[in-house]
Every structure is written in structure tokens, then in C-alpha cells.
Design a protein around this ligand. Structure first.
Ligand code: HSE
Length: 450
């Protein structure tokens, strides 16, 4: 069934007001509503989005966002059947009723945005077959890596490459636990109990610590990277329960950290003739990662996905793998893409490909910028030089974090100064005056400190 908007687009008429039906107002739903309700400074297309219906379990629950009563409903079926709704945003999680609601939305000709890796990894075959038949899109940027844009890059920017391997740290809970085991020398059970107390791990942690969440995610990534569907039962999966602090300590001594890696890779066995269509392996397991490897430094709840292909080489995506704001960013980017699709037509160019702005950005003059500075002075080796430097900096409001005399160059002394955060204009004025001091020979280095 075509919505009014689809019909308008078909006839080349531009419109505003893409109507969203959001299923679920938990962490992700709330974050998404917050982002969409506060569109200033974001992509202008977001202003064309109307939060038309939001489906919740209870109307009485206190909410972190203001939503008119008329928008809220407990009837989720009614949202996916409402002819006014253009895009259904499924953020209820779990398998059912999420799967049925997605399929119903598709059947009704609606585009779908889902953050639900479990539904996509288990029922992707059914969902995407239905979507292709109905001529609608199912978008899933938030399903893997939270706020990290990785789905769209794999589908578009990187798809011209022949991908060899996708290696991810895609579960924040297990990465948090392993990082703490590594840094504190603690056991899995102690860190897990603490992580549960702090809200970093669920009361039932199995989906995370047994690797199931990571398996869902790598199945999705593998499917995109290697251009074929993946049966979840073919993903080898081992969690982190058996990783001991002893193994972490030995690994450390040998130059490794232990990470739960999700790996999808083309398998080049000696018996197989090399070809771009080699079979793949998809697996999740704790792995000793050399400390020099790009994934070794991904710590805490962060996620990262390393994609290796030809001709690009290595590309790594890093960022927050969960959380309201991060996931809302991913969900809203899918919404944005769909708004662009709905608005593009044969006569109206794709608003995401055209240059949508004419005005210039205002650039702050560098003297107004705030930064820390490192500066190295070559001075005469005489009493009071450091005092004179300090007085000059003080005169222009430049506060010093450290001053060290690092050595001598013949008759001359070498002094290194690091400032606190200062206005660059003030620092430069102080420096100009210091340069005129009789005791100063030269200022060979001036660098900014992050
Ligand atoms: N439970 C997941 C994790 C976040 O710990 O990374 C949602 O995908």
C-alpha cells in the first residue's frame, strides 16, 4: 500500500512532514525522541520529521521526554497499520512482537528502522525478502556498534573493496569486564558482580558474557561485508566466562591482551583455489591480541570494528557501542536517509547528495582559541631568568602548569614551559615580550598540548 507521501514523490511533488511511528520508549526510543525534538544544529532534513505516534507498554509511566498524550498509544499494531505512518522505528528489542510488527509494517508499505540485532540476525532472511518484495527499506545502523557508523559504510563507501576480514570488539559489557580484569588483576566473577552493581552488566548477563550478542552483530556485519546471508547457527560462539586472571597475566607477559573478538573472514585454505568468492568463517571467541594491534587499545565499554579489504587496506571504526545518545544518533541517521529517499524524486535531487547550504561558517580567530602550550627557551644561564619568564607570562594572564630547566647548550640554559589552558592571543603577547628580554637567546619550539 502506498502512503500519501510515496504517492506525492511518485508524482514529483516535494513535501515536508515525514510521519514516524516509534515502537518503544525505552533507552533508545527516548534518546531518539530527544534528538529529534532538539533539531537545532543538526541536519535540516530532521525538521521534516514528525513524531506522529509512539507505542509504549504503559501510558502512566513517568517519561524523560515530553510527548503529547494524543501521540502516545499502547496499541503497537495500530501504529504499523496506520496509513499515515511513513516510517516505523522499532526500538522495543526482543524477538516478539518486534518481528511481527516489522513484518506487518513492511506489508503495509512502510520503511522500517530497527535497532534490534537479535531480530535482524535471526529473521533477516524473512524480513529482507519481505522488504524487497514490498519495495521498502529496512535500516539497521543502530543494531551493531551503537553510535558507530559501520552499517552504512559497509553498504556504501567500502562496498567497492574486496573485503577480507571484519574484526570487531562489538560488545561493551565484555570489553568492560576484560579491561578491568586486565588493569586490576581481578577475577571474572568479581568484576561481573561489580559491573552488575554499577549497571554495566545486566542481571542476566548471558547474552553478553556468553558471546551471543556479539554473534548477532558479527552475523550482520559478515552478511554486509561478504554479500550473503548468514545462518546464526553457523556462527561459532564462545564467551568470556572461562577467561581467568591467570591467563590474562600470562598473556600480558607475552605481549598480548585478551579481547572478545567477533571475526568474519574469507578462508584461504591450501586446498581451495584463491578466488574473491572464497568461503568465510564467522566466529566469536576470546582472543590473545598483540598489544601493538589497533584493537588492543580499545578499552572499557567502547566498541571498534576493523575492516580489511583490497585495495583500501585497514579501516577502523571506533566509538560508543551503547547508550541513549549514541544509539539515537544511529537510529536518527537511518531516519534521515529514509526522509531523503522519500523526498527525492526524478525532479527533486537527493537532499543528502546535494550541497544544502549557501552560507559560510563563522571561524573563530586563532588568538581567541584556548589551548595549552609547550615552549622551549634557550636562555643565558644567569640568576632570575625563570622569574622573568614567570613575570612576563603572569602579566598577560598566562598560568603555567610546569617549568623545568632541562639542561645546557654550551653556556646557555634550556628551559621548557607548559601552560595551563590559555587564550592564544595572551600567550603570543607574553611570548613577544619574552623575546625582547636580554636574557633570552632564542625560542626554538612552540607546540600546542592537547
Ligand atoms: N549489551 C550490548 C553491549 C549493548 O554490552 O555491548 C547493546 O548492543
Amino acid at each position: 500500500m502506498l502512503t500519501l507521501q510515496l504517492l506525492l514523490v511518485k508524482f514529483g511533488i516535494r513535501f515536508v512532514g515525514v510521519k514516524l511511528g516509534i515502537l518503544g520508549l525505552g533507552t533508545v526510543g527516548t534518546g531518539t525522541v530527544q534528538l529529534l525534538q532538539d533539531s537545532a544544529g543538526r541536519h535540516p532534513l530532521l525538521r521534516d520529521v514528525e513524531i506522529y505516534r509512539v507505542g509504549v507498554r504503559s501510558l502512566d509511566k513517568p517519561r524523560a521526554v515530553k510527548i503529547p498524550d494524543a501521540v502516545l498509544t499502547t496499541d503497537l499494531e495500530a501504529i504499523v497499520n496506520d496509513p499515515q505512518v511513513d516510517i516505523v522505528v522499532e526500538v522495543i528489542g526482543g524477538l516478539e512482537p518486534a518481528r511481527s510488527l516489522i513484518l506487518k509494517a513492511i506489508e503495509n508499505g512502510k520503511h522500517v528502522v530497527s535497532a534490534n540485532k537479535a531480530v535482524i540476525s535471526r529473521f533477516g532472511d524473512e524480513i529482507f525478502t519481505a522488504a524487497n518484495q514490498a519495495g521498502v527499506y529496512v535500516m539497521l545502523e543502530a543494531a551493531v556498534g551503537g553510535g558507530i557508523p559501520v552499517i552504512q559504510p559497509l553498504k556504501q563507501s567500502l562496498s567497492v573493496n574486496r573485503i577480507h576480514t571484519v574484526t570487531g570488539i562489538v560488545n561493551g559489557t565484555t570489553n568492560y569486564i576484560l579491561t578491568r580484569m586486565q588493569t586490576e588483576g581481578s577475577s571474572f566473577n568479581d568484576v561481573l558482580a561489580d559491573a552488575q552493581k554499577l549497571g554495566y552488566a545486566e542481571a542476566d548477563p548471558s547474552a553478553d558474557v556468553d558471546g551471543l550478542d556479539a554473534a548477532d552483530k558479527i552475523a550482520i556485519l559478515a552478511s554486509l561485508a561478504f554479500g550473503g546471508r548468514i545462518k546464526l547457527q553457523n556462527v561459532y560462539c564462545e564467551g568470556i566466562r572461562q577467561v581467568s586472571k591467570t591467563d590474562i597475566a600470562y598473556a600480558d607477559k607475552l605481549g598480548f591482551v585478551i579481547k572478545l573478538l567477533a571475526i568474519a573472514k574469507r578462508v584461504n585454505l591450501p586446498s581451495i583455489t584463491p578466488s574473491p568468492h572464497l568461503p568465510i568463517s564467522v566466529r566469536v571467541h576470546p582472543t590473545l591480541v598483540p598489544k601493538t594491534h589497533p584493537l588492543a587499545s580499545i578499552n572499557g565499554v567502547y566498541n571498534a570494528i576493523l575492516v580489511e579489504g583490497e585495495p583500501i587496506g585497514q579501516v577502523m571504526f571506533f566509538g560508543p557501542g551503547a547508550g541513549a545518545g549514541a544509539t539515537a544518533s544511529a537510529v536518527s541517521s537511518d531516519i534521515l536517509n529514509l526522509v531523503a529517499v522519500l523526498q527525492a524524486s526524478t525532479t527533486t535531487p537527493n537532499p543528502l547528495l546535494t550541497c544544502g547550504h549557501q552560507d559560510y561558517c563563522e571561524i573563530t580567530p586563532s588568538e581567541e582559541l584556548i589551548s595549552r602550550f609547550y615552549s622551549r627557551f634557550i636562555t643565558k644561564d644567569q640568576p632570575g631568568v625563570i622569574g622573568k619568564l614567570g613575570t612576563c607570562f603572569g602579566k598577560y594572564g598566562v598560568s603555567l602548569e610546569s617549568v623545568v630547566q632541562t639542561g645546557f647548550q654550551g653556556e646557555l640554559a634550556e628551559i621548557v614551559v607548559v601552560t595551563h589552558d590559555v587564550r592564544e592571543g595572551d600567550f603570543r603577547q607574553a611570548l613577544a615580550e619574552i623575546q625582547t628580554l636580554e636574557a633570552i637567546d632564542s625560542i626554538p619550539s612552540l607546540l600546542r598540548v592537547l
